[in-house]
Design a protein around this ligand. Structure first.
Ligand code: UTP
Length: 298
């Protein structure tokens, strides 16, 4: 079996981010910062580490801050250079993309994740592609997409990142119907979007990293609105899962933070701050004192 290399990735960033209103009235959710980097930067770094060369953003009205973020900032760069701030210049380098490496397509109505992915169909053509949802941030020794690309090199087909969730939480996720559990790789025979606990085929939930075949795009062509009135990516992948050996779940190694929710964002902020050598001591001792105070007050 010859498995095509994955070099293109779609970043759907056209959602309205209503859970973060009023902040997201004028700031795209993906620009909100985890410590000192916007969410989108974490996703881009992960994709780069996995060998992605073409970055496709599905954007919407009000997201121009995202486009500016990845551009050069000549005035800022020259001011930093003059001031000899080499470290800051270095930090800015990660935000610059090669000319032509980045493309933007517009989703003119937020009709769901499946619809957002479909908007990029002409840029994908007949190639496998990755999808990364920037609000899922994954702390991992080896970046999650890289782990998936390595697993995909063995399986081919479609691969979705998956993790065990509490049965009471299945209604927040796409959930896998497992044909064969082989450990880190799972053969999938079906997928259900946001099932109630009693209807969930398992507690293995899909999170925001995918490697998909062009056939999923074809499936999206004919998709109708599914759960929640949106065009669901899950439904287009589930259609592939009807053929054995076409869809795999991948239990990644790492910790996923749901930065699309306030609690998840706060947890990620604490975890990432504590993992930073420049912040660990000061922030850690603040947390320590805070907890001690709260415990004493109880
Ligand atoms: P979410 O379900 O988190 O929706 O989308 P949202 O609009 O971003 O946030 P809330 O729920 O209103 O707070 C998951 C991902 O899919 C993208 C989002 O930008 C996010 O990266 N998305 C969602 C689109 O690009 N288009 C859509 O129509 C829906």
């Amino acid at each position: 079996m010859r498995i095509k290399k994955v070099t293109k990735a779609i970043f759907p960033v056209a959602g309205m981010g209503t859970r973060f209103l009023p902040a997201t009235k004028s700031i795209p959710k993906e620009i909100m910062t985890l410590v000192d980097r916007p969410l989108i930067q974490y996703a881009i770094d992960e994709a780069r580490a996995a060998g992605i060369k073409e970055f496709i953003f599905v954007t919407a009205r009000g997201k121009s801050a995202l486009e500016d973020y990845f551009d050069h900032a000549p005035e800022l760069e020259s001011a930093l250079r003059k001031a000899g701030k080499e470290e800051l210049l270095e930090a800015l380098k990660d935000t610059n993309m090669d000319s032509g490496a980045i493309a933007y397509v517009r989703q003119n109505r937020a009709m769901g994740l499946g619809h957002a992915v479909w908007c990029a169909r002409r840029l994908i053509g007949n190639e496998p592609f990755a999808v990364l949802l920037p609000d899922d941030v994954i702390a991992a020794e080896k970046p999650c997409l890289q782990q998936m690309i390595e697993a995909y090199a063995q399986t081919g087909g479609n691969m979705v990142a998956a993790m065990e969730v509490a049965p009471s939480k299945t209604s927040s996720y796409g959930v896998l119907d497992v044909a064969d559990d082989m450990g880190s790789i799972v053969k999938v025979k079906g997928m259900v979007e946001k099932p109630k606990m009693e209807d969930a085929p398992s507690n293995l939930a899909v999170i925001g990293r995918y490697i998909l075949t062009p056939k999923v795009m074809t499936n999206l062509n004919k998709m109708k609105q599914g759960a929640g009135g949106e065009i669901q990516l899950t439904d287009a992948i589930a259609e592939e899962a009807l053929t054995p050996g076409k869809v795999f779940g991948f239990r990644f190694r790492g910790q996923r933070f749901d930065c699309g929710s306030k609690a998840g964002f706060l947890q990620a902020t604490v975890a990432f701050a504590l993992s930073r050598p420049d912040l660990r001591d000061e922030f850690g001792s603040y947390l320590h004192d805070l907890i001690a105070l709260q415990t004493a007050a109880q």
